[in-house]
Design a protein around this ligand. Structure first.
Ligand SMILES: Cc1ncc(C[n+]2csc(CCOP(=O)(O)OP(=O)(O)O)c2C)c(N)n1
Ligand SMILES: [Mg+2]
Length: 343
């Protein structure tokens, strides 16, 4: 009689404890600067959209800045890869990509990062290993798992940071990806940005298990819940996750609890929640205000913070000018980068 396969032993390593990152004054100033750049950039994008200068969809990242800044600050640029959904401007900025080419992509100009043909949802930069910008909810999770496979296959030491939303966490392909990622011990950080809503549906209304960090349990993927409004806690989580994944232990899941202040996209009147709810998050847990308060405690002067704000407003204004005045793609560009072969 054939022997019955025995159950897998639970010999897995555990991730280290999550420790809030101890930033120097300069490091915290840099995180503050980056978060503020994302906030001001997004405010400007909202204005340009209102003026009709940005076409198509446009999803802003306001409120969620600490997530991309905290996580990406720990990654090795050019070695690790990043992939996300359509709410992607902040992730590009956090990766140090020039605000001009991001804004020019929003206005559909040839100088845009996807040559003006991708728009808000389809930002892409192979050089920086930034693999999009994806409009299909959850699709980036399978692609990110594939990127993790590529890192392992090539043995290049890289890790793929794969972002997705609380809504995407209910997509079927996410779980097929979890299974393969754990089975093959792929170097992937699955980062769920739980901003509490998927379009107009709150996470509690749509999810049987709303503690999303537990979603990897049946695949033996460890999960950790993180305060996504605290850039230093997010950075600490990134270090803990990288240590685990780079140690060859397979994937890890982070649930970053955050909040989006604006509607789902520019065309969302946001009738599914009260103004008070949004106001209360802004007042109590804004990531930029929290960093500012901490900087002041570290004896940074108000006037230095004002100077940073001024410098950032200038960078964003220049990006907007560039995006408004640089030329549109040539009409014959309609025929380039389009798949025409038959398979
Ligand atoms: C496969 C698929 N289903 C539905 C949609 C429509 N859709 C676009 S965004 C979205 C909500 C996703 O919410 P979440 O994953 O929480 O991300 P967030 O917008 O909050 O960043 C939906 C249902 C889509 N783009 N793709
Ligand atoms: Mg969401």
């Amino acid at each position: 009689m054939a022997q019955k396969p025995s159950a897998k032993a639970d010999t897995k390593a555990k991730p280290k404890k999550l420790v809030r990152y101890k930033a120097s004054k300069d490091e915290l100033l840099e995180f503050y600067r980056q978060m503020l750049l994302i906030r001001r950039f997004e405010e400007k994008a909202g204005q340009l959209y209102g003026l009709g200068l940005i076409g198509g969809f446009c999803h802003l990242y306001i409120g969620q800045e600490a997530v991309a800044v905290g996580l990406q600050s720990a990654m090795n640029e050019g070695e690790d890869s990043v992939i996300t959904g359509y709410r992607d401007h902040g992730h590009m900025l956090a990766y140090g990509i020039d605000p001009k080419v991001i804004m020019a992509e929003l206005t559909g100009r040839a100088a845009g990062i996807s040559e003006g043909k991708g728009g808000s949802m389809h930002m892409f930069s192979v050089e920086q290993k930034f693999y999009g910008g994806h409009g299909i909810v959850g699709a980036q999770v399978s692609l990110g798992t594939g990127l993790g496979f590529a890192h392992k296959y090539r043995d290049d030491g890289g890790v793929c940071l794969t972002y997705f939303g609380d809504g995407a966490a209910n997509q079927g392909q996410v779980y097929e990806s979890f299974n393969m990622a754990e089975l093959w011990k792929l170097p992937v950080i699955f980062a769920i940005e739980n901003n509490q809503y998927a379009m107009g549906t709150s996470v509690n209304r749509s999810s049987a298990e709303d503690q999303l960090y537990r979603r990897g349990e049946s695949f033996r993927i460890p999960g950790v819940q993180v305060d996504g409004m605290d850039v230093l806690q997010v950075r600490g989580a990134a270090e803990m996750a990288l240590d685990y994944v780079r140690g060859g232990n397979g994937p890890i899941l982070l649930e970053l609890k955050t909040y989006r202040y604006r509607g789902h996209s520019m065309s969302d009147p946001a009738k599914y929640r009260s103004r008070d709810e949004v106001q209360s998050v802004r007042e109590k847990s804004d990531p930029i205000e929290a960093a500012k308060a901490e900087l002041i405690k570290k004896k940074v002067k108000e006037e230095d913070l004002k100077a940073i704000d001024k410098e950032i407003r200038k960078i964003v204004a220049e990006a907007a000018d560039f995006a408004e005045t640089s030329p549109e793609p040539e009409p014959n560009e309609l025929y380039t980068d389009v798949l025409v072969e038959q398979y």
